[in-house]
Design a protein around this ligand. Structure first.
Ligand code: FAD
Length: 457
């Protein structure tokens, strides 16, 4: 599949047109408003202080770019061990054959904003009382202000019988991994020939892109239809939640799609383990009887499995005592920030955003896009000795790909109300739309690499 916009941008780049001219091109194409790109409130500050950013993913690089632009004399150190920067929303599209693997990553060095000091290393510990970070190979690094954006930790080993290295064995797959997404695409094509029973699961912890397991399920359905083998495929969706989706504006249509496609939904079920040799999933049904939770184990055979691993904040975040100590977000140590300002509740020189943040919204790069200007502005206020005043309303988006050509564009906020971006508010986004597919496949990735990572919201 050709991605015309990106090809065009690459051609411009080869001709020496600066990446920052992207927005002028987008504007010319009438797309700036379409995707809501803008440099939120241009301003500058002469605030001073040493900023350390942990993690150079969607949130870390975008914060580095934004702070670099806004501070007159930025002093920013970013710590991240990766060679490659992945556009993770593309993993679903690799797993369904829409993207090639090489389309979703760039060299990390090419994503790093100029002027940022990059330490290519992992953080092993944080001492928030001493304002100090310990790295694996570069000793201790002091900070005045910390941006905590290491993303989340994928706990593969919490599914018995599975390791990241053995993904694909016994036809048990997960798109929450770059290699895993590639193996899923091969397996999906094979499954469309052989048919059989396919099982799709999410997990009981908060996980990034809650829509991803649903998307790969619906794409399998559509792919087998296109191959005219759908009658040989028996698809089942299992969720650990009490409902398929919890944003009321979008849920009815999503439920209807599953019904129309003949995919039964099983609620309140979590995966305990996978016997890849026997091709069996070990489940546990969780029911509440009176005050008690009752756990009933059961086993299902499968021919193709897509599972979602449990996720948590990275261990070093938990060990630093930066996670929530009470409430639903405590078990997995999601960072204890104020859900509006994104400033840490105990340590006011720390901001945290992205997947690691303990806030009650979806873990998506769409959410990161809205969090970055708020967290950056608030951090600068703290550096200036002022109160943080910018407020995040919980905006997140999850484009649920419902078939090859349509997307249910779920955009919402903390109140679980729809918060639809222009011009999608002109169409009925309670239903899947072709325009949203075009956005998902052709626009969001260049917008991510050329826009968001360059400090544009
Ligand atoms: C299959 C899949 C589908 C998705 N689909 C969508 C979608 O459709 N729409 C959407 O908006 N979002 C989607 N997402 C979610 C999106 O990719 C994430 O929400 C986003 O990347 C979060 O950004 P982040 O910066 O918090 O974390 P990441 O982008 O994961 O970056 C974390 C960074 O921290 C670094 N790091 C980790 N540990 C350390 C350490 N100890 N020291 C230093 N650095 C460290 C890592 O190397 C990495 O560079 C999807 C994700 C997946 C996996």
């Amino acid at each position: 599949m050709s991605h015309e916009l990106e090809d065009l941008l690459k051609t411009f780049e080869k001709k020496g047109i600066n990446r920052r001219h992207f927005f002028k091109l987008m504007a010319a194409a009438g797309l700036v408003t379409a995707v809501g790109i803008y440099k939120a409130k241009e301003f500058s500050s002469n605030a001073k202080g040493k900023i350390v950013i942990i993690g150079g993913g969607a949130a870390g690089i975008s914060m580095a770019a934004r702070l670099n632009d806004w501070l007159d004399e930025p002093d920013i150190t970013l710590i991240d061990p990766s060679d490659r920067h992945f556009y993770q929303p593309g993993f679903t599209l690799i797993a369904s054959g829409v993207y090639q693997p090489d389309e979703v990553w760039r060299k990390q060095e090419d994503c790093m904003p100029s002027g940022i000091k990059w330490i290519k290393d992992s953080v092993a510990a944080i001492d928030p009382n001493k304002n100090q970070v310990a790295t694996k190979n570069n000793g201790k690094i002091a900070y005045d202000f910390l941006v905590l954006t290491p993303g989340l930790q994928t706990n593969w080993e919490k599914v018995e019988g599975i390791t990241q290295a053995t993904l694909g064995e016994g036809n048990a797959h997960s798109i929450y991994d770059f290699e895993g997404a590639q193996k899923t695409w091969k397996a999906l094509q094979e499954f469309s020939k052989t048919g059989g029973k396919a099982i799709y699961t999410d997990t009981y912890t908060k996980h990034k892109c809650g829509g991803a397991p649903k998307k790969i399920c619906l794409l399998t359905d559509d792919y087998t239809r296109k191959q005219e083998t759908r009658d040989k495929a028996d698809l089942h969706y299992y969720t650990a939640s009490k409902e398929l989706y919890d944003i009321p504006f979008f849920t009815p249509r999503l439920l209807k799609i599953y019904e129309e496609r003949n995919i039964p939904i099983n609620l309140n079920v979590r995966v305990k383990g996978v016997d890849t040799a026997a091709k069996q999933v070990h489940f546990e049904k969780i029911e509440t009887v009176g005050e008690q939770k009752v756990y009933t184990p059961f086993i299902e055979d499968y021919d193709f499995l897509h599972f979602t691993p449990p996720m948590s904040a990275p261990d070093f975040v938990r060990e630093a005592g930066l996670g929530w100590t009470e409430g639903k977000l405590a078990a997995d140590a999601w960072v204890m920030v104020d859900k509006e300002t994104l400033v840490h509740k105990t340590y006011p020189n720390i901001v945290s955003l992205g997947d690691v943040a303990g806030i009650p919204t979806s873990k998506t790069s769409a959410a990161v896009r809205k969090q970055v200007p708020i967290a950056a502005k608030n951090l600068i206020s703290l550096m200036e000795g002022k109160e943080p005043e910018e407020k995040y309303d919980g905006y997140a988006a999850c484009p649920i790909v419902t078939d090859y050509g349509h997307v249910l564009l779920c955009e919402f906020n903390y109140k679980k109300e729809p918060e639809i971006s222009f011009p999608f508010n002109l169409i009925d986004t309670s239903k899947e739309q072709r325009a949203a597919w075009w956005l998902k496949v052709h626009i969001l990735k260049p917008m991510y690499f050329y826009g968001m990572l360059n400090g544009f919201a």
